[in-house]
Design a protein around this ligand. Structure first.
Ligand code: CP3
Length: 345
């Protein structure tokens, strides 16, 4: 099926576009009453994720309701550790939780290298989403970065500091690399499965990049993300290292196509350090709590800073659940209506 709207793919490849494409991290979710209804009927988050009919239904909702230029497959980064042998739960309003965690060599050796077929429910959801989208917008596949997955496998839950996972890096560097290698290989198989099922582009989420030092980041995270970018040549790859601005230099020299930015990162600096990459981001999601005038002003300021080309408009992290749907729609419309001034000499 040919894409009728391929703005995102063209921007990711560095081609000029008539306007800047826009989508939002966590666009499918609690800000949409339509999502909450399907989620309620499903009974639990995991049932929603594990049922392709329902997962594909909420995947396409933001395209239909918000008018974004891409859908992102409705799933979670934690399905991968589950496929490797560590089942997760999402406790209502408490976030993710693992009954079993990784503590030692024995635990690491016991983990399976996941193959795409171990996650067939995600692949089916991708196939169904592609059918339902019928070319109206590209579909983004995704996975967690190996370090972020490692952090959940060791901690067993979310954490402000991820000190248990960092302790493992300092005390057991060789074992850490063993685990990161297993996660990386599983991730490449999984992403290749997503692409075969129809994903048009891939995003790698390194949500906990920001807790590492720059030196640790290069050794324990960036090199594995770069292995993933090297392994995926079928479609463009977006890398998003939240909270790690020093990573731009390394990513600029890696084979990724797009570098994601949070709202603390400087556009000029990124343009200078990564002139050959498309950039994605980076509005503070809290701007969407403001009145429409402020949303418009901040959004246009951001669009002007990035310029007309090599930019995919997004937030600097996921939407917060208490954001008003109308404000999100206003943000999307502001981006779609904006035209860069052309200077005529
Ligand atoms: O972006 C999208 O719309 C696609 C869906 C998506 C979800 N999780 C659905 C979800 C994506 C891309 C993710 C990725 C994910 N999951 C990340 C990386 C991105 C980020 O936010 O940093 C991380 C760290 C996770 C792990 C995870 N899953 C957490 C920390 C939580 C709890 C957070 C919360 O707000 O409760 C989840 C649960 C989760 N994943 C929800 C959704 C919509 C909320 C659960 C619900 O609706 O009941």
């Amino acid at each position: 099926m040919k894409l009728m709207n391929d703005l995102l793919i063209r921007a990711a490849r560095g081609e000029s576009t008539e306007r800047t494409p826009v989508w939002l991290m966590r666009q499918a979710g609690r800000i949409l009453p339509e999502y909450r209804q399907v989620r309620k009927d499903a009974g639990s988050f995991k049932t929603l994720v594990n049922t392709p009919d329902l997962a594909s239904e909420v995947t396409i909702q933001p395209v239909e309701i918000l008018g974004v230029d891409a859908a992102i497959i409705f799933s979670d980064i934690l399905v991968l550790p589950e496929a490797m042998g560590l089942p997760y739960e999402i406790a209502e309003s408490k976030g993710p939780w693992f009954g079993r965690t990784v503590e030692n060599r024995h635990d690491i050796e016991g983990l399976k290298i996941a193959e795409a077929d171990d996650l067939s429910f995600v692949l089916k959801a991708i196939e169904q989403s592609k059918k339902k989208l019928a070319g109206r917008a590209p579909l983004i596949g995704f996975a967690g970065a190996p370090w972020t997955i490692f952090a959940y496998m060791i901690e067993g839950t979310g954490s402000k500091t991820f000190s248990k996972a960092k302790k493992f890096l300092y005390c057991e560097p060789a074992l850490s690399h063993k685990l990161l290698e297993k996660i990386t290989l599983s991730t490449i198989y999984y992403l290749k499965g997503q692409i075969a099922a129809g994903a048009d582009i891939i995003q790698v989420f390194d949500s906990w990049a920001g807790v590492l030092s720059p030196v640790q980041y290069r050794e324990f995270s960036q090199r594995y993300i770069n292995l993933i970018s090297e392994g995926i040549s079928e479609v463009p790859v977006i890398v998003f290292a939240k909270g790690a601005p020093y990573s731009v230099t390394g990513f600029a020299q890696s084979p990724c196509d797009v570098i994601g930015m949070d709202w603390t990162m400087n556009v000029k600096e990124y343009r200078t350090k990564a002139p050959n990459k498309t950039l994605q981001g980076n509005l503070d999601p809290c701007v969407l709590y403001a009145v429409p005038d402020v949303i418009k002003q901040e959004t246009e300021k951001m669009l002007t800073a990035f310029g007309p080309d090599r930019h995919i408009c997004n937030l600097g992290h996921g939407l917060y659940p208490d954001t008003e749907k109308e404000k999100v729609k206003f943000f999307v419309d502001t981006v779609k209506n904006f035209r860069h001034h052309t200077v005529i000499h």
